[in-house]
Design a protein around this ligand. Structure first.
Ligand SMILES: [Zn+2]
Length: 593
């Protein structure tokens, strides 16, 4: 293994690996978006079905034509944000994107007006391929206001919510935290100290949380005002835009309906006992009477201290996917062979991991920092699951039909993690090794399905309080958080008192126009567990079903996608299957004791 093998090759994305050529392509893209605007603006409302089809096809072709240079700019910047060339290209790409967005914004608005006037046009065979794309515009358009009002909203948000978001980021990134590590007093940034939450040292994990939550909670006066303003603004916008409830905007964005999310959340609440039992079991394995909140995602003691080199990890992951399906296995292998993964650990590289679909190449690029830990193999398997989704979707769909909402986006990735789990369990022989793997899967489920559900309840309770004109100061918001948290965890977890300030640092609550970011995580986790259960029951017969679902991209709604596999996601029975799979993993964990 050389380090070059762990560095991605971006030259496939461009005809010439030359910054001047790439900048020239970006200018050309902006110019072409201007020509679109000049050619179509004000005309779409009177289009017939064939003209709509031609318009959408030419927009798709336009997107494909310039995808490579833009992707090159954003990926090189994530891989190394220290060079002037990368900074300049990235900056240029962002400005160009914004200009193209402005030039093309009229298309959806005019299509919306056309569909309101002539809703039947959606059933014309000429636009059959774009039917669901148009249905999504149709669902959004009754909530658009006049062009002048929309302009005022943009200005209001820029100087209001956007400013609070910037303030939040500046605040969090300039906080420092004092903590004693190995007898030495250290001063750490937020990013550094939160890294200690995963420490094998239990006392250090707890102290890190006490310091972070305690320090940030001191500014609760500031953040309760901000949170209240952001949510009160959303309640007002809900009325102005005639959304049914504060959740409607996110339901439209995620292409799901309230009935489905209600069934999902009811299922979670009915099964809180299951998660509490697992947490009590984990406490026992850790030799504790009760788990502290600082133990929730902590590693188990006595886990094997094994390192996995890049080639071992590659073999494991490729085999896990090949066992599932031969064709998928060849794609995963191709990702490695063509060097579409950047896994080298180096400075100047973005933290975390992501997978970016490369539509024109019918492939994807992945970034992660590989540290030879078992968690890093899980990250590879997760991101390669997104790549599987990309390989299938780009072969079957046009770009407009591959705008996947948050509920469906994690299907391939979480499924891939379960395929890796199966492979690892078949290889690891020691009891501690099996426990380590199962705890990774179970802890993630607890975090994504249950912990995040508490945030759904919390967000709902804030809107209720605003509607009822209740006082919402720091202490009142904390009370709502503690109630929501306890609805899930009950007496199964002991919390540090400072946890009541958790909401002051949860960045999602401060992101503009991003209300109810939370339930899609719950959806994805339960949906994939239910799919995995089906795979275990049906074996190879299930494989084409999952492949078809992923290949459909956003050309069908999540409800329709599930219906084609024979499920009704508006029913609690369906979501219960996800919980049942969780319970099977808990039983496997019990068997190792
Ligand atoms: Zn993901």
């Amino acid at each position: 293994m050389t380090t070059e093998e762990m560095r991605w090759d971006l030259t496939h994305l461009v005809e010439f690996d030359d910054p001047a050529w790439i900048e020239e392509r970006m200018s050309a893209a902006v110019k072409e978006s201007e020509s679109f605007r000049d050619k179509y603006r004000g005309k779409i409302e009177s289009f017939n079905a064939q003209q709509i089809k031609d318009l959408l096809e030419s927009i798709d072709e336009f997107r494909l034509r310039y995808e490579g240079p833009f992707k090159y700019a954003s990926l090189s910047y994530s891989a190394d944000n220290t060079t002037d060339v990368n900074k300049k290209l990235y900056d240029r790409s962002q400005t160009s994107y914004m200009m193209m967005g402005q030039n093309l914004a009229f298309i959806d608005i005019e299509l919306g007006k056309l569909l309101t006037k002539n809703p039947d046009i959606i059933n014309d065979s000429a636009v059959a391929e774009y039917k669901h794309y148009l249905e999504r515009i149709q669902r959004k358009s009754p909530h658009f206001l006049s062009e002048e009002e929309e302009q005022i909203i943009i200005i209001k948000d820029r100087n209001g919510i956007q400013a609070l978001w910037n303030l939040f980021n500046d605040w969090l990134s300039t906080r420092t935290f004092k903590i004693e590590v190995d007898g030495e007093m250290k001063e750490m940034s937020y990013g550094e100290i939160t890294g200690l939450y995963q420490s094998p040292n239990r006392d250090l994990r707890k102290r890190a949380m006490e310091v972070v939550f305690g320090t940030l909670g001191k500014d609760h006066l500031l953040w309760s005002s901000a949170l209240k303003a952001i949510n009160a603004d959303h309640v007002q916008m809900t009325k102005l835009r005639k959304w049914d409830s504060p959740m409607t905007q996110s339901l439209i964005d995620n292409d799901v309906d309230e009935e489905t999310i209600q069934a999902l959340m009811n299922t979670i609440e009915k099964n809180v006992g299951m998660v509490r039992d697992y947490l009590k079991l984990k406490a026992k394995v850790m030799g504790l009477d009760i788990l502290g909140n600082w133990d929730l995602s902590a590693p188990l003691p006595n886990v094997p201290d094994k390192k996995w080199n890049w080639n071992e990890a590659k073999e494991l992951v490729v085999n896990a996917y090949t066992d599932f399906d031969y064709e998928v296995g060849t794609w995963i292998k191709e990702m490695y062979d063509k060097r579409h993964l950047d896994a080298e650990v180096r400075s100047g590289k973005r933290s975390g991991a992501f997978c970016s679909t490369w539509f024109n190449g019918k492939s994807a690029y992945i970034l992660q920092s590989y540290n030879e830990r078992i968690g890093d193999i899980y990250t590879s398997a997760h991101e390669l699951g997104h790549a599987m989704h990309a390989y299938l979707g780009t072969r079957a769909q046009k770009p407009s039909n591959y705008e996947i909402g948050s509920c469906v986006a994690e299907t391939g990735s979480i499924f891939g993690e379960l395929l890796l789990t199966e492979k690892l369990l078949s290889k690891v022989e020691s009891k501690e090794g099996k426990q380590e793997i199962l705890a990774i899967v179970l802890d993630e489920f607890v975090a994504a399905a249950y912990q995040v559900s508490a945030r759904v309840f919390f967000e709902q309770s804030i809107y209720d309080a605003i509607e009822k004109n209740k006082l919402l100061d720091g202490e009142a918001i904390s009370k709502l958080w503690v109630e929501a948290r306890d609805r899930i965890f009950g007496d199964a977890v002991e919390w540090i008192p400072e946890d009541k300030w958790w909401w002051t640092m949860k960045l999602h609550f401060y992101i503009p126009n991003y209300r109810f970011y939370n339930y899609p995580y719950v959806y994805a986790q339960l949906f994939v567990f239910a799919m995995y259960k089906l795979y275990k029951e049906q074996g190879k017969d299930f494989v084409p079903k999952l492949k078809n679902l992923l290949a459909a991209g956003s050309s069908k709604s999540p409800r329709q996608l599930a219906a084609e596999i024979g499920f009704d996601i508006t029913k609690e029975d369906f979501w219960q299957k996800g919980i049942d799979q969780f319970s099977e993993f808990v039983d496997m964990f019990k068997d190792t004791l």
